[in-house]
Design a protein around this ligand. Structure first.
Ligand SMILES: NC(=O)c1ccc[n+]([C@@H]2O[C@H](COP(=O)([O-])OP(=O)(O)OC[C@H]3O[C@@H](n4cnc5c(N)ncnc54)[C@H](OP(=O)(O)O)[C@@H]3O)[C@@H](O)[C@H]2O)c1
Length: 232
């Protein structure tokens, strides 16, 4: 993986993450992809087989704090042109604060907001100075300004991610990096459901284009997969 640009994609074995792997491969980038169960990540394994030497698959469960820390430490000295922290969960099926348990909220907030922040912070030294991009797959549902109600727990977890990413950006001053908080669209995945209007390929190609275009901007922006600026 020497001369090509390299992207780290966390949560890459299905859905949008897998689509983003394909999209970066099509642009000629090399990929470091994570999956909770790398041995069982068949679609990702197939892509690795079809692109010899270009897709490295590593294990990472974002729900386990020590694993997040160990994963970041294992990357010491490696440099990425971009990193997309994409793993996320919908949260409890009842979707309401009135039925929620502390354990459910802990798991949702940890995977969607705390672990991405923790990992992003630990990866800052792994990003190319100047053109490096750290990106999160957030959601328009994390916008407080655009909150029309419903899915309140998931919304809160993505709003927390947005807030934490702003705090991280403040720490990034002087590091010469770009931070993106992205909305992939409402996408036909296990999470988005079969009635969603946007396909994985369209979302992934858009996310990839937005990440590549933002390199060097040194901004913190909340953008959708078409590059449209969203209200926080
Ligand atoms: N689909 C939409 O309409 C939509 C809209 C806005 C934002 N998003 C966001 O987009 C991202 C991807 O969603 P998706 O639609 O592709 O969902 P998905 O098909 O359900 O895929 C979720 C991905 O996250 C991984 N993941 C979940 N929990 C994890 C954990 N504890 N550790 C590591 N990986 C974990 C999954 O791995 P496993 O296979 O191991 O579970 C899978 O790779 C999420 O952050 C989601 O919130 C989705």
């Amino acid at each position: 993986m020497a001369d090509r640009s390299v992207v780290l994609i966390v949560g890459a074995n299905r859905g949008i993450g897998l689509g983003v792997v394909q999209s970066f491969l099509a642009r000629g980038w090399d990929i470091v992809a994570t999956a909770r169960q790398p041995g069982a990540a068949t679609a990702l394994q197939a892509l690795a087989g079809q692109n010899p030497g270009r897709v490295e698959i590593l294990a990472l469960d974002m729900g386990v704090p020590a694993e997040v820390d160990r994963f970041a430490a294992s990357l010491a000295g490696r440099i990425f042109d971009a990193a997309l922290i994409n793993a996320g969960v919908a949260g409890p099926a009842h979707r309401t604060a009135n039925a929620a348990t502390p354990e459910e909220i802990g798991a949702l907030m940890f995977v969607n907001a705390i672990a991405p922040t923790r990992l992003g912070r630990l990866l800052l030294n792994n990003l190319t100075s100047g053109s490096g991009v750290l990106a999160y797959t957030s959601s328009i549902m994390g916008s407080v300004a655009l909150n029309a109600g419903g899915h309140e727990l998931y919304r809160a977890s993505k709003a927390a991610l947005n807030s934490l990413s702003r705090g991280l950006y403040a720490e990034m001053r002087g590091r010469d990096l770009t931070l993106l908080t992205l909305h992939p669209g409402w996408v036909r995945t296990d999470m988005g459901g079969s009635g969603a209007p946007v396909g994985v390929d369209e979302s992934a190609r858009g996310m990839t284009a937005v990440i590549v275009a933002a390199a060097g901007s040194r901004r913190h922006a909340f953008l959708d997969f078409q590059g449209k600026e969203l209200a926080w």
